[in-house]
Ligand binder design. Structure first.
Ligand code: LLP
Length: 414
């Protein structure tokens, strides 16, 4: 998203041109950036038998999924909806792994009928349910247990998943019992081990520790007679939102190789944020510049319903004036229109002096942006735009008010 002659571009398209046609707020993705991120993973893992299963939850737009499908990506999904989205965009079922702590019988049934690659099973009750549904369908379910290795991911508490107190996975101390139970059950084929310790990791040490524990477990499971041929190493690296210094994808791949290569397993990686995060921005207009008693506010037409990360995780997102021509810097509190104090994107932030109608881009919004948005305050979901070279395409249009209101019904007794 470079500035050329003080105007911000996405690839070769001016953001202001898109805004003029689509109106703000809107999400904007660079297809080339997504492809580059994917290729970087592919190259980093080229010496290993690895399948990239993009974590669909990060951004499930069909344009995004189709881009990754075309490059050969699989998918990590957590609901029937995500399976449907992945398949609709051309990701073959045999490249889909299914994670999630609360898969229902209906969802399991659907996944089995599609012929997915693997269930990442998070509990013994889930295993029993998969066995029941698979037996009834006369299909064998390929499973891995998601192992909770009890390591600290050193990330935000709300997105840390691999500590013993978290709801995710089977405790590593109980794993051998769980696998023995799985081996007894009809309709189940044990094939792998899965681990995911959290998101936005900026340090490789927690990965290293988790994979070391997983390697020991795989050796133990094999000694118990289980045929383990797949290791799913979970989500990918974090990204730079502000000034985080990230290890390279090659460094990450090297850790996986060093800890797990000797086991001869197929490796699955489930990156989400690191494929999409810095490939997308949320473009918004300044509605008012308001002089408060203590500070100056830039009030935007995008709010916490469009991008909830700042209010939910106190996340930092860069905010940049789209046009910087003849502008000096000024300090603002940058807020949205929603009736909550939490609807704040940034406090005391320096950006180029802006007036009503000017465009700003909220950076690093390609992952966990649009997918977490809502219609709170009956604000329409922001449209999504994909750019490739000189072209852009609206990959999800702004809904209209009638559709949104007519989705409700008034009870017949009123
Ligand atoms: N695999 C599993 C089982 C996951 O739960 C996740 C993310 C991923 C893969 C992808 O992780 P990534 O490569 O994106 O780090 N809404 C939060 C992030 C939640 C992440 C949930 N799980 C945020 O906005 O920061």
């Amino acid at each position: 998203f470079p500035h050329v002659n003080h105007e911000m571009f996405v690839e070769n398209v001016s953001i202001a041109d898109i805004a003029a046609q689509v109106a703000t707020p809107f999400y904007c993705y660079s297809q080339t950036a997504i492809e580059t991120n994917y290729t970087n993973y592919q190259q980093a893992f080229s010496e290993q038998d690895a399948l990239i299963c993009y974590a669909v939850k990060a951004n499930s737009n069909q344009g995004v999924l189709a881009t990754l499908a075309k490059m050969g990506s699989g998918a990590d999904v957590v609901s029937m909806g995500e399976i449907r989205r992945a398949i609709a965009a051309g990701i073959p079922a045999n490249k889909i792994v299914y994670s999630g702590v609360a898969k229902t019988a209906e969802e399991i049934h659907y996944a089995l009928r599609q012929g997915i690659l693997q269930f990442n099973v998070e509990s013994e009750p889930e295993l029993e349910l998969i066995s029941e549904v698979a037996t009834a369908l006369n299909i064998t379910a390929a499973v891995a247990f998601r192992i909770n290795p009890d390591v600290c991911a050193q990330t935000h508490a709300k997105i840390s998943t691999g500590k013993a107190e978290n709801k995710f996975g089977v405790p590593i101390s109980k794993a051998r019992i769980a696998y023995n139970r799985a081996a007894e059950l009809p309709g189940i084929k044990v094939q792998g081990v899965d681990v995911h310790i959290g998101s936005q990791l900026t340090n490789l040490a927690p990965f290293e520790e988790a994979y070391q524990r997983i390697a020991t477990l795989v050796t133990d499971l094999r000694a118990d007679g289980h045929d383990i041929s797949v290791i799913d190493v979970g989500g990918g690296l974090g990204i730079t939102y502000q000034d985080e210094v990230l290890p390279s994808k090659q460094d990450y791949a090297n850790i996986v190789k060093a800890q797990l290569n000797h086991l001869g397993c197929k490796i699955i990686i489930e990156p989400g944020r690191s494929l999409l995060g810095n490939a997308g921005v949320l473009v918004s207009s300044v509605v008012f510049v308001k002089q408060g008693e203590e500070r100056e506010f830039l009030i935007l037409d995008a709010g916490m319903n469009d991008l909830i990360r700042p209010s939910m995780y106190d996340a930092y997102h860069g905010i940049v004036a789209v046009s910087q021509k003849d502008k000096s810097l000024n300090t603002y509190d940058i807020v949205g229109p929603v009736c909550e104090t939490g609807d704040t994107f940034a406090k005391s932030r320096q950006i180029h002096q802006s007036k009503a109608g000017d465009l700003v881009a909220i950076m690093s919004a390609g992952a966990y942006g649009s997918v977490m948005s809502s219609t709170y305050n009956t604000r329409m979901l922001a449209p999504e735009v994909m750019v490739k070279g000189e072209q852009f395409s609206v990959v999800r249009a702004r809904p209209n008010y009638d559709d949104v209101i007519n989705a409700d019904t008034i009870p017949q007794w009123l």
